[in-house]
Design a binder for this molecule. Sequence first.
Ligand code: SAM
Length: 336
Amino acid sequence: MKTQISSLEYSHFPVMLSEVVQISSPENGGIFVDCTFGGGGYSKALLKFPKTKVIAIDRDPAVVAISKKFEKVYKDRFQFYQSKFSQIDKFLKKDIDVAIFDLGLSSIQLNNFKRGFSFKSKGEIDMNMGLSNFSAQDAVNNLSENQLKLIIKILGEEKEAYSIAKNIVRARSKKKITRVDELVKIIEKSKRKNFYSKIHPSTKTFQALRIYVNKEITELINGIVKATKLLKPGGKLLIVSFHSIEDKIIKFLFSNFSQNKSKPSRYFPEDNSENLILFEKYTNKVIRPSKKEIKKNNPSRSAKLRYAIRSKNEFNFPNNLIKKFSRYLDIEAIYV
Ligand SMILES: C[S@@+](CC[C@H](N)C(=O)[O-])C[C@H]1O[C@@H](n2cnc3c(N)ncnc32)[C@H](O)[C@@H]1O
């Protein structure tokens, strides 16, 4: 059967596609959950194997049209939910073979300048991936200087957060900040010139605002813990991440709740729940895109793929994961 292709569908280049498919081993079929459907690159590759069933999730309303085409072509082998992946347990009960998370933004989102994710945009500062109830514009114009500083410093890992927050507050006291290019100018003015830096001066502040608006850390922690609960023993959890906060969380979950878990630190008492082994032995190996892939698709350069295999042990909530990263969760809980 021939697939109907939309232009949107091909505007995102799936990162480490062959590695993801190989680890997922779809040859013998099973239930695969594509928690971040995007342009459908992973779903499509998995559906090429005739015995697979794919359940796809994405919060972005812009990809619903792509999912409709998949539903037409693959009929009962494909189901889509426009939802946040933290809600995965609302429509799936258990016995998943593979759950895949490909975090961050799709090119469909980044290249639509009206959505304000790219600092090349002259559109409104929005940055809502879908299903968020406020925008980056609300955050920039309503949060206190101290709240902005915290968000930019902790979620963006931006060393010059103090002067950026101060200048945002100064600029908005004269006129509401509405457009991306206005915000970019404020950030550029706030930062010392660094001729050696390979990234745009706005990269970290934009990352911080995007994470905050979409509550990405809260989503990640809830999404991967719930997916772990729904996996079959022997089922696989694959996660592609793009920045160090995400990677720290994934590494902590996989290495501290696996059969070879490291000893808890004396400053950090072990989780009270017994049997807190959720994964088989975790080798802690990060998979990176090949040089050839990076050359073809530059945004893949910062991608890291990690995966772990669900053990037979009963599920208990990994409370230490929440404790360890509560600082990020508290910042995302700041109310605009
Ligand atoms: C990098 S893209 C995925 C691309 C996809 N693997 C492909 O091959 O086309 C990430 C997608 O995840 C979605 N997403 C990010 N956070 C989400 C969340 N918490 N819940 C549901 N979808 C999310 C975004 O809307 C975006 O479409």
